[in-house]
Design a binder for this molecule. Structure first.
Ligand SMILES: O=C(O)CCC(=O)C(=O)O
Length: 290
């Protein structure tokens, strides 16, 4: 299948067009797309994908097992109300309500810098988000490349953070970032707290990235609160500088695949409620950060 690939931004990201994944995905095409994604630093946009839920799920599984597939604590524990009623592999993000007054997905999901599911021992690797309804303007998603952010640090700072571990805690986001009453106490059940290295290395490439995020990282282990807060504040400023960012302006039927091991993202909620936005996400479970 012939298709076009272009760079999205000078430092990272690939844009793929001219590909109809609904016509079928085989091992060869999947490996080609995974290589493009990996070489582009873990960000790939594939335009014009009118996929059924089954097709979305089955192509996502080429990237690895999805949350829930391995019988581990499912992602649903933290987002129970927003899981697709017929497809437990799909998490929904939306500003819309259905005819019964039920939300079609989490409203305002990810309106803060985060890396998906970093509060688990085995956090998300790829997230694969399909934009089914997108506002005419606004509702962009911003990605921050944490590998290049790491590489830009001084050697002294790299040495300082190399041995550090940080704690990630779902409650940080649930209690501070999400609009009430969106998060319910049920969403807090299970183990949603994990300890990870501040710098992680991607298994396939050996490339290092900063792995703390304002959404879920509560503190750096072994530091006084003032020290930990100061270092995390510095990291946030450093990691979100414009040269590390790509801002995605959604087109309907964009399929965006990002690697949570080396990218943070931020969903910009600047669109009105009467501009429908509906997205479906499959989430690939990753390795334990090293
Ligand atoms: O709605 C978006 O643009 C992204 C939502 C988000 O942060 C996520 O799915 O993790």
């Amino acid at each position: 299948m012939a298709f076009n690939v272009k760079a999205l931004a000078p430092g990272f990201g690939a844009e793929v067009s001219g590909l109809e994944l609904r016509e079928g995905m085989d091992d060869g095409l999947a490996q080609t797309l995974i290589s493009i994604w990996r070489d582009a630093g873990g960000l790939m946009v594939i335009h014009d994908q009118q996929l059924s839920s089954e097709q979305h799920i089955s192509l996502s599984r080429y990237f690895g097992p999805l949350f829930g597939d391995l019988g581990e604590q499912p992602l649903q524990d933290t987002v129970s109300q927003y899981i697709h009623p017929d497809y437990p592999e799909i998490y929904r993000v939306s500003n819309q309500v259905d005819n019964n007054g039920q939300p079609r997905g989490r409203k305002g999901a990810g309106t803060y810098w985060h890396s998906d599911v970093s509060f688990r021992e085995y956090p998300a690797q790829a997230s694969i988000l399909l934009g089914k309804q997108v506002p005419e303007t606004g509702g962009d998603t911003i990605f921050a490349d944490q590998a290049r952010a790491y590489e830009a640090l001084s050697d002294a700072m790299k040495k300082l953070i190399a041995p550090l571990y940080a704690w990630h805690d779902f409650e940080i986001a649930a209690r501070t970032q999400y609009a009430k009453p969106v998060v319910v106490e049920d969403d807090m059940s299970g183990t949603n707290r994990a300890r990870h290295p501040v710098v992680r290395t991607k298994l396939e490439t050996g490339r290092k990235s900063i792995y703390v995020n304002p959404g879920f990282t509560s503190h750096i282990e072994g530091m006084h609160a003032e020290e930990s807060n100061a270092l995390l504040d510095y990291m946030q400023k450093h990691c979100t500088q414009p040269q590390f960012l790509y801002r995605h302006r959604w087109r309907k039927d964009d399929l965006v695949v990002w690697d949570n091991r080396s990218l943070m993202h931020y969903a910009v909620m600047d669109y009105p409620d009467d501009a429908p936005r509906y997205m479906e996400r499959c989430t690939v479970i990753g390795e334990r950060p090293q």
